[in-house]
Design a protein around this ligand. Sequence first.
Ligand code: SPD
Length: 350
Amino acid sequence: MRTKTYLSTLLGSLLLGVGALLFSSCGKAKPELHIYNWSDYFAEDTIRAFEKQYNCRVVYDVFESNEAMYAKLKAGASGYDVVFPSSYQAYMMHNEGMLETLDHSKIPNIANIDPKFLKIVSLDPSMSYSVPYMSGTTGIAVLADKVGEYEKSWAIYERADIKGRMTLLNDYREVLGAALKTLGYSINTTNPQQVAQAGEVVKKWKANIAKFASDEYKPGIASGEFYVVQGYSGDIMQVMEEAKIEYFLPKEGFSFWADDMVILKDAPNKDLAYQFINYMHDAEVAAANMEFTCYWAPNKAAYEHISEELANDPMIFLSDEQMDKGEQIIPLGAKDQIYMDVWAKVKSEE
Ligand code: SPD
């Protein structure tokens, strides 16, 4: 009996060994890492270099908003390892038990994270479930040649002369947040009347825009299809040289945000997920990602590796005065429903 068990175990191991050899020789047995992220958010070589260094394959899917990403995960999409939600969304996902509690011994490069960022921006300063990736602002980009004189204000969306040539993000916190700022309210108010008033402002803007768009605005302004777009700072900077594009932070106020890296609780390849997060905070990798994306990677070791041009760019490193005009979107828990209800009405009404 013992002999039989031993023999079958030996045979089993041999078969496994041969199988592994066969698979690896034709490249199929490489471990896989599944990433779910915003678009245009890595330098060109980031993923390829990681695959080479860790002898693995990265499968990379993109989303256009926190809402879309969350809905897909909630609808049962599984198989992702590392996801990049904004901090307020990561906080909500953590509260719902969707995220792995991070083992810092597996991410030694978190020693590179800028303590200033953890103090003033992070919603998870002990990085218990998230590691910050990039931070930026949401403002307005205009095609200067087409728009002529303009005031640096959200009121640009009232301009009927460029009707049909403007876009707003397809993101309820960002768009209602912008309208709340024009009314002098906080971007994070939980007062239902204030959010309802913001909804009325957005309805007026909606009459002048071509569409709510979170990805299309970028090629749209670069090609001249759109003249005014609400967009994310780095994405605008990436196409600024393709046309005469100007980006501004409206005088009434604007949002700033951070996107984080999290590991899902049901991630199939947690070891590789940890290696990836650690790799992303290698000083040189973080610097290359900053140069490409034009966002602020809060990695103090990376600052020595970025160009002088980037280090002095006021669109990336905001002055204290500008910071005071901005407000960070924070999670609202159950009160988030107030925004979702108003948004659903704004979107559905003609
Ligand atoms: N191309 C990357 C864009 C990242 C934008 N994330 C910010 C969302 C804030 N609501």
